[in-house]
Design a protein around this ligand. Structure first.
Ligand SMILES: Nc1ncnc2c1ncn2[C@@H]1O[C@H](COP(=O)(O)OP(=O)(O)OP(=O)(O)O)[C@@H](O)[C@H]1O
Ligand SMILES: [Mg+2]
Length: 410
């Protein structure tokens, strides 16, 4: 029986762990968290941090897995590349390129070098350089940590309404989320945002679908919904596909999935970022199969095992996810938003589940949990997923169902 290391056993990784089992592999799940939900689906659990590359290498020498992969998590992408390189194995992406795919500063530098359309950017690691860079940018700019995810520490800054001491507070807030200590300042790109799911086989990239993304804007960016296929014009979608292709090539993905985030500005499509892994937020695990019929998790494992990769669409439908968050909070005294502190109850879930097209309703919070305000994706309270004949139809169905769900808070 062939053995596989899967780095990460969080909920995002569960579909890959299950798929590897289905394919007859002996699965070792690696995670620093002994309570990780995916452990029960694996054959064996190794309590090792997925970013501790030396420890993963040591374990690989001891257990001798035939394959080492991760699925939807960002940082383990580096570890997998490094360990495969150390073991002299075939790699889907080199370690050097994996750094470019996981560190926003390295990524921006690589994209600039390769001529991929990107916003103006500056990388700083102290207050003085931060203020200097802020002067060079337009009225509004984005401040983000070089190496975090889930929009943690990402802030839109409006220079007109922000005094210097406030600017430094934003810098300190963002820097706290940066492991390397580097902070990026970027020109604010205005326009619709999409993500592109792709799969590369022996250097040839296949674009699976383009997803329209809904995000909160000012001042934090958090994803509140996704709809596919994109409803942007054919011409714009062609521009998006071209930017995704050059970004994938620039980052050097030889085999495997990629998730590319793009903003469509008045000057054309520009790259937000690219990840050499599957898209999260249920895009690849739920929305892509509903709208295209493609099982990207199967594609990943087939690619790893050297089997035929079935990336071709088998359907042309629509799918949508809508997240539930603080705006749904209503306190007993009728107040909304900031006044809310603790979730007391949730209603309307069963009704939402029965709505046409709805494929799932998941509530992440339980009574007694903090009624978190929406600053990063971890502050979302649940989601509704729906399928439809078209993107529009699926979006309408998901929104109608989400509307029925109410959170009562104190
Ligand atoms: N330069 C920019 N101009 C406009 N919007 C931006 C810019 N940079 C980031 N954003 C917005 O902020 C969001 C999060 O930024 P980014 O993807 O760089 O961080 P992240 O922590 O990797 O987030 P996630 O994991 O949610 O993708 C983007 O999806 C986009 O909506
Ligand atoms: Mg992102």
């Amino acid at each position: 029986m062939k053995k596989i290391f899967i780095l990460g056993a969080s909920a995002l990784q569960v579909p890959a762990i299950k798929k590897a089992k289905e394919k007859g592999l002996y699965v070792y799940a690696l995670d620093y968290d002994p309570e990780a939900v995916g452990i029960k689906d694996a054959d064996e659990f190794l309590c090792i941090s997925t970013i501790d590359k030396e420890a993963v290498l040591e374990a690989a020498k001891k257990y001798e897995p035939d394959y080492i992969i991760t699925s939807t998590s960002d940082m383990p992408v580096r570890t997998v590349s490094w360990v495969n390189e150390e073991l002299g194995r075939k790699n889907d992406i080199s370690y050097e390129n994996a750094i470019c795919a996981t560190d926003k500063a390295a990524m921006r530098r690589r994209m600039k070098e390769k001529g991929v359309p990107i916003p103006e950017f500056h990388v700083v690691s102290d207050e003085e350089a931060f203020l200097e860079a802020a002067k060079k940018l337009g009225e509004r700019f984005v401040c983000k940590p070089a190496d975090n995810a889930a929009s943690r520490g990402v802030v839109l800054v409006d220079k007109n309404s922000t005094a210097e001491d406030e600017l430094l507070k934003i810098y300190a807030y963002t820097k706290e989320y940066s492991r390397s200590g580097e902070v990026l300042l970027e020109e604010f790109m205005e326009g619709p945002e999409v993500s592109v799911e792709s799969f590369t086989v022996d250097g040839k990239t296949h674009i699976i679908t383009i997803t329209d993304k809904m995000v909160t804007e000012i001042p934090f960016f958090v994803e509140t919904g996704h709809t596919e296929p994109s409803r942007l014009s054919d011409e714009v979608q062609e521009d998006i596909r071209n930017v995704a292709r050059v970004a994938i090539e620039a980052v050097g993905i030889e085999n495997g999935p990629s998730h590319t985030e793009i903003k469509v500005t008045k000057d054309g499509a520009k790259l937000v970022e690219i990840a050499a892994r599957l898209g999260g937020d249920f895009i690849t695990s739920k929305l892509v199969p509903l709208s295209t019929g493609v099982d990207l998790i199967d594609c990943c494992l087939s690619s790893t095992l050297g089997e035929e990769v079935k990336w071709q669409s088998t359907k042309n439908a629509g799918s949508a996810i809508r997240f539930l968050f603080a705006k749904e909070a209503v306190s007993e005294s009728g107040e909304t938003g900031d006044a809310a502190k603790t979730i007391l109850s949730v209603t309307g879930v069963e009704e939402a589940e029965k709505m046409p097209g709805v494929t799932e309703v998941v509530i992440y919070k339980k009574p007694g949990d903090e009624a978190t305000m929406l600053k990063s994706s971890g502050d979302r309270w649940g989601h509704v997923i729906a399928e439809g004949d078209s993107a529009e139809d699926a979006a309408k169905k998901a929104e109608e169902a989400a509307f029925l769900i109410r959170f009562l808070t104190n």
